[in-house]
Design a protein around this ligand. Sequence first.
Ligand code: PLP
Length: 338
Amino acid sequence: MNKIIELRSDTFTTPSQQMKEYMFDAQVGDDVYGEDPSVNALEEKLAKLTNKESALFAASGTQANLLAMLSHCQRGEEYICGQDSHIFKYEGGGASVLGGISAQPIEFEDDGTLDLIKVNKKIKPDNFHYAITKLLCLENTHNGKVLPLSYLQEARKFTQDKNLLLHLDGARVFNAVTALGIDIKDISACFDSINICISKGLGAPVGSVLVGSKEFINKARRYRKMIGGGLRQSGYLAAACSYAIDNNIKDLEKDHIHAKKLALELSKIDEIKILSNNTNMVFIELLDKNVDVFINNLKNKGINISGTYNELRLVTHRDVSSEDIEYVIKAFKEFFIK
Ligand SMILES: *Cc1c(COP(=O)(O)O)cnc(C)c1O
């Protein structure tokens, strides 16, 4: 068994032969001078696709989110976000460390939304005791969960009424678009800015794009240079992202079908409880089993999954085929059903 079936994350996708050929042929220039045609083409593509004025190519989703925070908020201002949101929990506290921006996290609802009534209670009054509440951050998808369009529209109206900005961590926003069968413009219309990762299920090796108004992106471009994100001939990477946007969005549907199939078959195993199954993710709980022993057993069969305590996460993506899914289901059943 040479092939590893990688279910830890959709970040493990590697560039296809066609993508590599497209990268190889990319026209490049110095992007810090604004002269890399492939970067410019990607930024224009995403701005147009999301119906925003402008876009900026970033090295990672973490960088794109940080640029958004730095551009939207000043020192002494704060953002409201989900307790388990990527921005708050998994990005080293960048906005606080580098921007003097504080976080006001609240618990997510079960459906991945933030209850706007609870958000409202956390907006600080205009009083010198408090940080100035400036921004609300949502995540779509969150643990694979898709936020309903009607909720996003409510959040738009709410933030406008409260004079807040609204940012979307849309690392997997195309999974949401795919699940809802809508145009990304319907989602982007609700936000001042969006971070879109192209290095996850879309299969590019590196890269995220931040979209928003011209003024916002101009600020973000200055911060990107400041934090060392001006990347010169980055057109080779941008070309991979353009290829992914043009060719790979349509394949996300298959990943969702694979995740559903996994959830259905694993639910038949008594020792497994399905905690959630949305878009390309399945979260499961192992009942009465040593998780490390199980993870190692799968690893010996060429399957990588990640877990903490008794909870395991399986993420499907374009490098996991239908046959791979069948193989994984078989491996699970072999372990539990003796
Ligand atoms: C992956 C991810 C990011 C960005 O991660 P990078 O590894 O920095 O590209 C941001 N938000 C969410 C929800 C993510 O899943």
